[in-house]
Design a binder for this molecule. Structure first.
Ligand code: C5P
Length: 222
């Protein structure tokens, strides 16, 4: 286990989770996908919209836990139900930024994420990890890529998952979600002052992974 935390932020579909998984495996660290946590609350919200009148009561009825499966990786459990397989649907994606802009939701998840990372050894990806969740993370990276490339990557991902989408629609959705995430009041998506920006447009997964591993080694050797 490597006794540092790595924060990986950036806009939608910038390849954060693919890279984070590889970095975590190479450094014997644990990968935490915080987007999946916001998606899990969104999934619950969509299924219980008639039950709760506000996000405060919704959060009071949620118990979210992460477990790890040898082959399937991180699993998200909400009130004892494994909801992981439902989190990438278009319906969840369309509503997640709205749910993630709610103060009660952010307070609950930021606290849960800080607990997960308190003993170090975590690679965490999201939108506010370097700024709010882990401002003391030893390595902070802000990953960007052109909208065209991000949409093309997401199209491939969706095809592999059996989700129907078009390139033009994905480009529009990604741009819209970024604008929402960057302009929300609480913890908007922004590069932390001390984060290293990597533009992954045209870079291979291996070279981005290697670059972050090098940053971690540099910190560890100091
Ligand atoms: O990373 P992913 O695309 O799965 O994230 C889904 C959404 O969750 C983001 O568009 C954003 O609205 C929200 N999110 C967030 N803070 C994080 C991670 C995700 O607000 N740390």
């Amino acid at each position: 286990m490597t006794a540092i935390n790595i924060a990986l932020d950036g806009p939608a579909a910038a390849g954060k989770s693919t890279i984070a998984k590889r970095v975590a495996a190479a450094l014997s660290m644990i990968y935490v996908d915080t987007g999946a946590m916001y998606r899990a609350i969104t999934y619950y919200y969509l299924n219980h919209q008639d039950t709760f009148t506000d996000f405060k009561s919704l959060i009071e009825h949620i118990n979210l836990q992460l477990t790890y499966d040898e082959t399937k990786g991180q699993r998200v459990i909400v009130n004892d139900e494994d909801v992981t397989d439902f989190l990438r649907s278009n319906e969840v994606t369309d509503h997640v930024s709205y749910v993630a802009s709610q103060g009660e939701v952010r307070t609950y998840l930021v606290e849960t994420q800080q607990q997960l990372a308190k003993n170090k050894g975590i690679v965490m990806d999201g939108r506010d990890i370097g700024t709010t969740v882990l401002p003391d993370a030893e390595v902070k990276v802000y990953m960007v890529a052109s909208v065209e490339e991000r949409a093309a990557r997401r199209l491939k991902d969706n095809q592999e998952r059996g989700i129907t989408s078009s390139l033009e629609q994905l480009k529009a959705d990604i741009a819209e979600r970024d604008a929402y995430d960057m302009n929300r009041e609480i913890s908007p998506l922004v590069k932390a002052q001390d984060a290293i920006e990597i533009d992954t447009t045209g870079m291979t997964i291996e070279s981005v992974t290697q670059k972050i591993i090098e940053l971690a080694h540099k910190v560890l050797s100091n």
